[in-house]
Design a protein. Structure first.
Lengths: 155, 799
């Protein structure tokens, strides 16, 4: 086999492998649920412990629960952080936000069920768009809270 | 190690059986080990299961207790009462919890509820009705201490653990009051035993819960009583308290009978299989052993035993199968058997053959004789047995040496065998009877077995043929030896019924033949006495010469022309103290055979010369003749001995005549010529005795330096009537005259013979007609008396 033919063969193989990889990637993206981004511009990401410190250091802190009130297994009904207000992301807009958060410079913490839940992220995007400046994002959400054994409220 | 005498069968059976037992034991032991391992594994997994299950149950308990606490503090009334530290209201609210859903449904067994501020100062507490301790702080001080040490968000976490108080275990959950801001703490104390006991349901096993010390707090109804059975596994797990000390012992039992029930069955099956395999193994090993070892070995042993019974089987090959070692053994055995067979054959040949002559030996003869006596008397065929002895072989052996003797024996054997063969070939009916058989018995003795010969005449014919075969002299080195043989003949069944008797009687007949010089004699019962007498004589002969039992008789020789007494023959007699007078025929041969002839001859010579000297001193002009044995002719010192005696008595050699028989001279003529020549030089007269009987070669006689010929009495007795005898005497006289020899006729018994001899020109005569032999004194008297007068020839006589 000549050198040229060998090179051509190798190229053909690579092309096939790349094509297959591309197909797989597309299929994966279609099947997996929504994943929150690691960072959101304009919002401070906090952990569960930082939630306590933030609460102590910030009088008037508003904690927004972006989950649905009665979601199938990830809603607020399974428990929530004491003192949080329920504002599902689907109802989040500047008006609803204004009723929950007194001022634009009031500190507000958003959480939902956890990293796989995109609601708090979306809500923060909305809030930011609405002009709120002190936004905190508890990315771990209720899942992290309960996991770490911190008290929560359940009705 | 010494093994008892077991057969290979048994030994291998025992070994394989022992291995089988070992295999059984191994199966048993491995089964037992397997069982105990299975038990241990089961117990271990049960312990792990209890561990996990208790963890789950306690976590569930903590969760429920936490929920109970959370539900209490969620109530606004509680928050209010807590804020205002309204103890009564708090206690009332707490009392409600004892009727909570969890408690009433038995999910929790609530012992105490207590409320503290954030610094763990007690605000309010409420015990259950059955609670035995004073306060939750006392019960769970270590847990509270741990909660107190925490800081930051950690303090917001729920804390649970086991506590012990007064030996009683408790479970406590410390949870914060307040969701995000810590306001205080609430402690929920429950009885864990109640919850842990539910394990029984999830595990499906009887459960027992107790203190590490042994006090039982809970025991399932179906918990085995008292002794724990062997087929029940008990697993336990010790739960630690807050300080890591044992707080609770949780145990569960599992009845492994269903699990382990298969074991005995399996064991039985395994044992049965092992036993069967062992039995099959024993059978196989024994079968292989029998094919490869035992059967070939048995074949070999059997053959060995057969050989023991019949040596002729030596050298016969044995074919065996079996292993290579066994085949190698069989090959070695065959090789050895072959070698032994050859060796046995040559041994047998050696044992039954005379090494010198190659003839069969005495043993073979005995065997052949035994064959002539089969067990059934009817089968016995007649046969003849000849025993032969060479005359004077002993002195030939002694004088010429053993080498010459051996040569002679070999030659004799060859000649006898040849004679026997030629006779057998020509005899009538030779093909119908068994072959004649010759053997050398030892020394100069031979024996001939003639199967089928029943008559004395037939046996004598064979004997005659044998003696004739011996007549031609044997050329041994430079010597020409004449050997005569004496043969004794016995016949079966006339002369004996067994081999020993026949041999002995053949010997007797042989001695008789030797004594009488008959050549061969058929046995007669009368000879037995003779043989006894002969034995006695042989025994006494030695003493006889020394003790003076020997005496000399003298017989005169007269001149036939003048009638004057001109000589005397000394004749030895044995006056035996018991047997009386013994004639010389009986003991001379004996003396020759026993070697006593030398001293006897010396004595006779000495006495005869002494006597003759005495007669001559008294005026009688007589000489004396002394007989010499053929044996004396071979003595080295014969000449010196004669001269010594002559000198001793100052005797003129001219008056001494030494007489030798013709046969003695002819047995070794060359030697005779030599010895006689020397004797003649001393001037001693020499005479040939018994002339005419010894088949003398006249050529030799011419060469012999003799002075006198004595015509044998057999020619003289009938000389007057037998013209043949007369012509022989005439011829002898003519010869003697030609050689200037004196001629003496022996055995002159009557006047007719006397005159006839005178007519024939015979010189001297000797015999009863003139005088009988007489003792020395009587002879001297006879000489002195001068009574001898020759009578005139009778009218009827004449030659």
């Amino acid at each position: 086999m000549s050198l040229a033919a060998r090179v051509a063969h190798t190229i053909v193989q690579w092309s096939l492998a790349l094509a297959a990889g591309g197909v797989m990637t597309v299929a994966h993206a279609a099947e997996t649920p929504e994943v929150s981004p690691m960072e959101i511009g304009g919002a401070v990401k906090v952990s569960a412990e930082e939630v306590f410190r933030l609460f102590e250091a910030t009088p008037g802190l508003v904690i927004v629960d972006s989950r649905l009130a009665n979601g199938p297994s990830s809603g607020r009904a399974q428990g929530f952080i004491e003192g949080s207000v329920s504002l599902p992301d689907t109802q989040t807009d500047c008006a609803s936000l204004a009723s929950a958060i007194p001022k634009k410079d009031t500190s507000a913490l958003f959480y939902c069920n956890g990293p796989k839940c995109g609601r708090s992220a979306r809500a923060i995007e909305v809030a930011r768009a609405c002009g709120y400046r002190k936004l905190y994002w508890f990315r771990g959400g209720f899942e992290e809270w309960r996991e770490k054994g911190y008290p929560y409220v359940k009705h | 190690m010494r093994l008892p005498m077991f057969s290979l069968h048994v030994i291998f059976g025992l070994i394989v059986g022992f291995m089988g037992v070992l295999a059984l034991a191994q199966a048993l032991i491995s089964g037992e080990v397997h069982r105990s391992h299975a038990y241990a594994n089961q117990r271990l997994s049960m312990e792990r299961l209890i561990h996990l299950k208790t963890g789950d149950l306690l976590a569930e308990l903590a969760r429920h207790a936490g929920e109970l606490g959370a539900s209490l503090q969620m109530a606004p009334a509680f928050q209010q009462a807590f804020e205002s530290r309204d103890v009564a209201a708090l206690r009332e609210l707490m009392a409600n919890q004892f009727h909570d859903y969890f408690v009433t449904t038995g999910v929790l067994n609530l012992e105490e509820l207590a409320v503290f501020d954030s610094g763990f100062a007690r605000v309010a507490s409420l015990r259950g009705e059955n609670s035995q301790f004073s306060s939750a702080i006392e019960a769970c001080a270590p847990l509270i201490a741990r909660a107190r040490e925490r800081g930051g968000p950690e303090r917001m976490k729920l804390l649970s653990g086991l506590c012990r108080h007064d030996g009683q275990p408790y479970h406590a959950v410390i949870l914060p009051i307040g969701g995000l801001q810590l306001k205080g703490y609430m402690i929920v104390v429950t009885d864990p035993v109640h919850n842990l006991a539910r394990m029984e349901v999830t595990l499906g096993m009887p459960v027992s819960i107790g203190l590490p010390g042994g006090t039982s707090l809970y025991r399932a109804e179906n918990w085995p009583n008292s002794a724990i059975p062997a087929d029940v596994i008990v697993a336990e797990y010790i739960l630690p308290d807050e300080n890591g000390q044992p707080a609770l012992r949780v145990a569960a039992v599992e009845d492994v009978r269903p699990l382990m029930g298969y074991l005995p069955r399996t064991r039985l099956v395994v044992m049965t299989v092992v036993a069967l395999v062992t039995l099959a193994g024993i059978g196989l090993v024994l079968w292989v052993l029998r094919r490869t070892t035992l059967r070939p070995l048995r074949t070999l042993t059997g053959h060995l035993q057969q050989i023991r019974g019949n040596r002729a089987l030596l050298g016969e090959k044995v074919e065996v199968g079996g292993g290579s070692e066994i085949r190698a053994l069989a090959d070695s055995f065959n090789g050895m058997s072959d070698e032994l067979g050859k060796l046995y054959g040559s041994l047998e040949t050696m044992a039954f053959t005379d090494a010198l002559t190659g003839l069969p030996n005495r043993n073979r003869l005995q065997e052949r004789l035994q064959h002539q006596f089969p067990p059934h008397r009817d089968d016995r065929a007649p046969f003849a047995l000849l025993v032969m002895d060479l005359d004077r072989f002993k002195f030939i052996n002694e004088t010429l040496g053993h080498a010459a003797g051996d040569l002679l024996l070999t030659a004799v054997a060859a000649r006898l065998a040849q004679a026997l063969r030629s006779g057998t070939a020509t005899s009538v009916g030779a093909g119908e009877r068994e072959a004649d058989f010759i053997a050398r018995l030892g020394g100069d003795e031979f024996s001939v077995l003639l199967p089928g010969v029943s008559s004395a005449a037939d046996a004598s014919a064979v004997a005659r043929r044998l003696t004739q075969a011996m007549e031609t002299p044997f050329g041994i080195g430079e010597h020409q030896l004449r050997v005569d043989a004496s043969i004794g003949i016995v016949l079966h069944p006339q002369h004996g019924a067994n081999a020993n008797d026949l041999m002995r009687r053949a010997d007797v007949a042989m001695y008789q033949a030797k004594q009488t010089r008959a050549g061969y004699i058929v046995y007669d019962a009368g000879y037995d006495g003779n043989s006894l007498r002969r034995l006695a004589l042989e025994r006494d002969l030695r003493e006889a010469v020394q003790d003076g039992q020997m005496v000399l008789y003298y017989q005169p020789k007269v001149d036939l022309r003048t009638g004057a007494v001109c000589g005397t023959e000394a004749l030895v007699r044995w006056r035996h103290p018991e047997l009386g007078m013994v004639p010389p025929d009986e003991f001379i041969a004996l003396a020759e055979q026993t070697g006593l002839i030398h001293s006897l001859t010396t004595w006779v010579l000495d006495r005869a010369i002494q006597d003759c000297a005495a007669w001559r001193a008294q005026g009688s002009d007589v000489g004396v003749s002394v007989n010499l044995s053929a044996v004396s002719l071979h003595e080295r010192d014969l000449c010196d001995g004669v001269r010594h005696v002559l000198e001793r008595w100052h005797f003129d050699p001219a008056y001494l005549v030494l007489e030798l028989t013709e046969s003695a001279v002819m047995s070794d003529p060359e030697r005779a010529i030599d010895v006689l020549g020397r004797l003649r030089q001393y001037g001693v007269g020499l005479s040939i005795d018994d002339f005419g009987t010894g088949y003398s070669s006249l050529a030799y006689v011419k060469r012999l330096p003799v002075t006198e010929i004595k015509v044998d009495r057999s020619f003289v007795r009938d000389v007057a009537t037998d013209t043949g005898d007369a012509s022989i005497v005439r011829a002898v006289v003519a010869l003697a005259r030609h050689r200037e020899l004196a001629v003496v006729a022996e055995g002159v018994e009557d006047h007719d013979a006397y005159e006839c001899l005178q007519d024939l020109g015979c010189g001297m005569a000797q015999g009863y007609f003139i005088a009988r032999p007489m003792p020395a004194e009587a002879y001297m008297d006879w000489l002195a008396a001068g009574t001898w007068q020759p009578r005139q020839c009778s009218a009827a006589g004449g030659c």
